[in-house]
Design a protein around this ligand. Structure first.
Ligand code: GRG
Length: 311
């Protein structure tokens, strides 16, 4: 049981962080400089939202799913950015966009994220909206450009990520979430909402890694089962942390769900039953990995980290 990422996961977090800086392109953007201070500021705000803090759970899932399918998938030339890095960064960019928009006054109206002022506080609302829009578009661009990935696989990855992000995925789940404020909600309805809002992108991250590594249909099906279990476990644990931790530890406003009258696993099931549910989902996730043997070690570590993390 681990509250911190293992050394192998920590190395992948660093690898992703390095790739994000390069692939956002803000560091050496002659284009932005030529276009004047407003575009420079938009790049700065995008880098602010993307690179400061965050656990990088979704990119870790991309890397780990690829490694489960192909042991050589994580090999990369020193200092170079691989196709898998492009894919991992695409998943993080969609996630970062969702956080920036979720924090806006029209949504959850939060002023703290990843231990820093939210993007619309550090910059302004219009900039935060544009940052989200730009990150989502850049994510899809990265998938189409991923080096050394066959064109048919890149197309399938674009379909997978855009479906997960869109109306039948994360955005749809967010709409249900907004509508659920102050409403009594059944456990089934809660599960549907989270399967879309949080689960779809987690599931897509696993699928992207598997696709990039050339997974068979059987492998993809087993990885889907794993992703379903950890996606839900992630949300159950997020609800537990929101109810039991403090803002400094979380780097975001603790107790926000209760303050916003949002239904959660803690309010619906109670704290003990929510904890039991997280452990049961962890067991389901580990069971789904059985066909992969030792090659799924990273995926096992991520599942353990998701359920036992402290933030
Ligand atoms: C605005 C289109 C749109 C969607 C927003 C994902 C989402 C939908 C909102 C985020 C709000 C939230 C707190 C959801 C609970 C689960 C979640 C995604 C938590 C944040 O993810 P972490 O813990 O964050 O992976 P870090 O900062 O570590 O990357």
């Amino acid at each position: 049981m681990s509250a911190e990422p293992s050394p192998a996961l920590a190395r992948l977090q660093v690898r992703c962080n390095d790739a994000l800086v390069g692939l956002l392109g803000h560091g050496n953007s002659e284009f932005a400089a030529d276009a004047g201070p407003h575009l420079v500021r938009l790049f700065e705000a995008s880098a602010y939202a993307l690179t400061r803090g965050g656990k990088r759970v979704r990119p870790l899932l991309v890397y780990a799913a690829a490694a489960a399918v192909d042991a050589a998938a994580l090999d990369a030339d020193e200092g170079s950015v691989s196709g898998l890095d492009y894919v991992a960064c695409a998943a993080e960019m969609v996630h970062a966009y969702s956080l920036v928009h979720d924090d806006l006054p029209a949504m959850d109206d939060d002023d703290l994220r990843r231990g820093q002022p939210t993007c619309h506080i550090a910059f302004d609302e219009a900039t935060a909206i544009l940052v989200g829009d730009g990150l989502q578009a850049r994510a899809l661009e990265l998938l189409t450009d991923a080096p050394d990935v066959p064109a048919a696989v890149r197309l399938e990855m674009v379909r997978s990520l855009s479906a997960a992000a869109g109306l039948r995925g994360m955005v749809g789940g967010q709409a249900i979430d907004i509508g659920a404020v102050d409403q009594a909600i059944t456990a089934d309805h809660l599960e549907t909402m989270h399967a879309l809002k949080t689960g779809a992108l987690i599931r897509a991250s696993v699928a992207l890694g598997a696709l990039a590594a050339g997974a068979s249909e059987e492998q993809q099906a087993a990885l889907d089962d794993y992703a379903d279990a950890i996606g839900l476990a992630f949300q159950v644990c997020d609800d537990i942390l929101d109810a039991t931790s403090d803002s400094e530890t979380l780097g975001k406003r603790a107790g926000a769900d209760e303050a916003l009258h949002k239904p959660t696993y803690v309010s619906t099931l109670g704290l003990d039953a929510a904890r039991d549910k997280a452990e049961a989902l962890l067991a389901d996730a580990q069971a789904a990995l059985q066909p992969f043997g030792g090659s799924a070690a990273l995926l096992r570590e991520i599942a353990d980290f998701i359920v036992h993390r402290l933030r």
